[in-house]
Each structure stands twice: as C-alpha cells, then as structure tokens.
Write a protein that binds this ligand. Structure first.
Ligand code: URA
Length: 261
C-alpha cells in the first residue's frame, strides 16, 4: 500500500469512529498488577507519627472540569485568548477524537451572535462552524434578512457552537460535556458582547436556558446573560422538514424587526 492509499484507509477508519490502534502484542487487561512490597511502618516508642484517629481532618477540595474551565475562561480578556485557552483545555474527551478546534466564524463585532450545537464532519475538517450543507442554509437564511458573516453591525453575524469539538458520529453532546464547556460559552458571549443571541435548536437552548422543547421555545423572545435571546429551529431540522421553514422565516423577521427597532 502506498502512502496515499494508507492515509485514505486511515481517514476512513477515523471516519467510522476508530479511536484506538491495536498493537502487535496482546495485552491482558485483566491481569492483576504485581503486589507492591509492604511498607515498613515504625511502631512503638520510637515512632513520632500520630495515630490516624488523632490526625486533623483536612478537607480535600476536588476541582471539577467545569471549575477548571471557569477559572481558565475567567482569565481571558479577548476572544483570541479564549480561543487559546480552549486549545489547551484537555478535560473534554471530544477533543481527542476531533481534528480541529472549531471556535467561531463571522464578524465578532456583529450585533447578532448565533449559537449552534457542535461541529459536524465538514466543520471538524475546516475548523470553521457551519460550513457544511446546514451552514449553507444558515447563510441563506440570514442573507434573506440582509445579514452575512462579513457584514458589519446589524448586517453581520457572529457564529459559534456550544461544543467546540465534533462529537463522534455526530451524536448529541452529553449533559456533562455541555456543563463542562458552559463557562467558555458564557465568557464567549461576554467578550463578543452581541446585542442579541440566536439559539439554533435544542442543544444551545439546554445549555443557555436550561430548557429543551424547541417547537415550543422557538419564536419567543427570552433573556439569558442579560441579553435578549431568540430560540429558532436548527437549520438541519429545516433540511429534514421543509414545512418548518415558514416558522423560521417568521423568527428571522422578528429578529430583523428587533434590530431595526
Ligand atoms: N451544526 C451545528 O450546530 N454547528 C455546526 O457548526 C455545524 C452544524
């Protein structure tokens, strides 16, 4: 097999979800480790160690991954710093299976910030959110109300996702994964400082509003992090069910009216 065929075969396996290389020699994972030698404990009048019952209890504070994320995100004063912090955050397992960090796209000074779910295959390859067929529909939706990724102010959009790494097989992000990455998303919203946030589908609604049920939530203005928030159907849902486009058009008009008004 030449280099290119080998690379194509490897990429195909990664695409199928392979995340481990099998070695030449079998590993018995059930084998018990060899017993460590017993420590010699001094006792009697020569020992100056207090008995355990007399030792003071020292509380152990275990930081969760979300705590670490909050500390790291809180130290970032710019979007570039936040991106760099995410790039070195090692606590989310999704990072290990992803090719690229997908941070954001569009104009960070735009008045509207769109939050999607997580990168898919195309986004993982390119490192940019919403570039596959779903992203092309998203661009057309915003273009219909005069907004583009390159636009300024009310004519621009800034785009990110709840999860910056692609979940395997495009599965939904787990609640623990969302909770872990929330401090970064919250900081992202603070630093981008949009006038309005658009939540695309259930995952960002769960993350930002703590609620699911996009059919009920969509089209109704609400508030989060001190910003007006509009939940909408995810464009992938519109690709599956074209009848939903009418509702999304109404939501886009409501967004446009709010920005103009
Ligand atoms: N779907 C999303 O929610 N985000 C992307 O970046 C791509 C598809």
């Amino acid at each position: 097999m030449d280099y290119h065929a080998a690379l194509a075969a490897l990429e195909w396996q990664v695409e199928l979800g392979a995340d481990e290389a099998i070695g030449e020699t079998p590993v018995n994972r059930y084998e018990l480790p060899k017993a460590a030698p017993k420590p010699v404990i001094k006792s009697g009048p020569t020992s100056n160690i207090a008995p355990i019952s007399q030792m003071p209890v020292i509380p152990v504070v275990q930081e969760t991954a979300a705590d670490i994320a909050r500390i790291m995100a809180g130290r970032c004063d710019t979007l570039a710093a936040l991106r760099d912090a995410l790039a070195v955050f090692e606590h989310c397992a999704l990072k290990k299976g992803a090719r690229n960090l997908v941070f954001s796209d569009g104009n960070p000074t735009a008045r509207v910030m769109v939050i999607g779910e997580a990168p898919g295959r195309e986004e993982d390859r390119s490192g940019r959110p919403f570039v596959g067929p779903t992203g092309q529909l998203l661009d057309r939706m915003f273009a219909a109300i005069g907004m583009t990724r390159e636009g300024e102010g009310a004519a621009g959009v800034y785009i990110t996702n709840v999860m910056p790494w692609r979940p395997p097989h495009n599965r939904d992000p787990e609640p623990e994964e969302i909770a872990m990455m929330m401090p970064f998303l919250e900081r992202h919203i603070t630093l981008a400082a949009p006038d309005v946030v658009v939540l695309m589908g259930n995952t960002p609604c769960q993350a930002v509003l703590g609620k699911r049920g996009i059919t009920r939530l969509r089209g109704n203005w609400t508030e989060a992090f001190g910003k007006p928030v509009m939940p909408m159907f995810h464009p992938a849902a519109l690709l599956r069910d074209g009848l939903k486009k009418r509702d999304s058009w109404a939501d886009l008009l409501a967004l446009n009216a709010r920005l103009k008004g």
